[in-house]
Design a protein around this ligand. Structure first.
Ligand SMILES: C[S@@+](CC[C@H](N)C(=O)[O-])C[C@H]1O[C@@H](n2cnc3c(N)ncnc32)[C@H](O)[C@@H]1O
Length: 301
């Protein structure tokens, strides 16, 4: 018997896997993952995926881990952890569940309208006035690519010839980035794409739609942990939507400070609808379109 099978058998015998509800076994995993096992899981994810759970807000994350434990058929944390140590694909699935990578094209369409009508033209004008040749737009926590590709579609419409507009998409999740690079989506993700753009930029394939290669080529994807020490690239526009909500207040402030430095005066930052600027860093930004969470970076005092 292979060691994994032996391990599973032992778990079943010890009551780790879900049992008949009529049995008197008391489940240990309720709606939240217990604290003691959380530390062990943290060590495991750090060692095997270089991912630090400690950076994430506790309750929300513990609930997602508990849901994953139950979905795998366990009713206690310890046997799940023992099983996880031998299960690479579950490590990836757990990471994806913790960091949830759900997105869609032109999510919050009015935000993209403001980007198209106000922000991008302003950035292009300023770059021309400053004699710059290149503009970088960066989507942080880009999940499966819908957000940076939405920027690429706006750029396609903008038709700027005299500037190179570079679009970057970064995320911590390698599987999400593989999906992003493929540029293949089901109908649901495209609900907000205007019909003309859909016609022009997507090709029907199987049960879904694939972005044309020339649009896909506009976006460079890169794996990056935004909480890590790696340098942030210089950018004229940063979209970091529905990512900061997972982090502690201290980490949010640290990231926002780094965004301000990466943008410099005149750059724009876009946050998610449930996110806002925190702490002293508010002084570095003007809320240009507050409802859309679009902020312009000010010169350093
Ligand atoms: C809900 S999705 C947001 C997708 C997109 N920005 C949007 O608003 O539609 C959150 C993304 O943040 C990514 N994420 C979570 N923690 C991260 C980290 N530490 N560094 C980089 N990306 C992270 C997740 O992998 C996930 O793809």
């Amino acid at each position: 018997m292979r060691s994994l099978d032996r391990c599973l058998l032992a778990l079943r015998l010890s009551g780790g896997l879900l049992r008949d509800p009529s049995s008197n076994h008391v489940p240990f995993v309720g709606s939240e993952f217990p604290d003691a096992e959380f530390d062990r899981l943290r060590e495991l994810l750090l060692a095997r995926r270089g991912f630090d759970l400690g950076m994430y807000k506790d309750r929300c994350v513990k609930r997602r881990i508990a849901a994953r434990v139950r979905a795998c058929g366990f009713n206690a944390a310890l046997p799940y952890l023992a099983w996880l140590e031998h299960n690479e694909s579950e490590l990836d699935a757990l990471l994806a569940a913790i960091t949830i990578n759900v997105s869609q094209f032109f999510r919050n369409p009015s935000t993209f309208q403001a980007l198209q009508q106000e922000v991008l033209p302003a950035l292009v004008k300023n770059a021309r006035a400053a004699g710059e040749r290149r503009l970088r737009l960066w989507s942080v926590g880009c999940a499966s690519g819908e957000e940076p590709y939405s920027l690429a579609l706006l750029v396609e419409v903008l038709q700027v010839q005299d500037l190179e507009i570079e679009i970057w998409g970064s995320d911590i999740s390698a599987p999400a980035l593989v999906q992003a690079a493929a540029g293949y989506y089901d109908e649901q993700r495209l609900g907000e794409v205007p019909a003309a753009l859909r016609e022009r930029c997507f090709v029907a394939e199987g049960r879904g739609l694939r972005l044309r290669e020339e649009i896909r080529r506009r976006v460079k994807f890169q794996q990056q942990d935004i909480l890590g020490e790696g340098a942030y690239p210089r950018a004229a526009l940063i979209l970091c939507r529905n990512v900061l909500i997972y982090f502690s207040r201290g980490d949010q402030e640290r990231i926002l400070r780094r965004f301000a430095n990466a943008l410099g005066a005149g750059g724009y930052l876009v946050l998610g609808r449930a996110e806002t600027l925190l702490g002293e860093i508010r002084q570095r930004f003007a809320a240009e379109y507050p409802e859309e969470r679009i902020y312009r970076c000010l010169p350093e005092p």
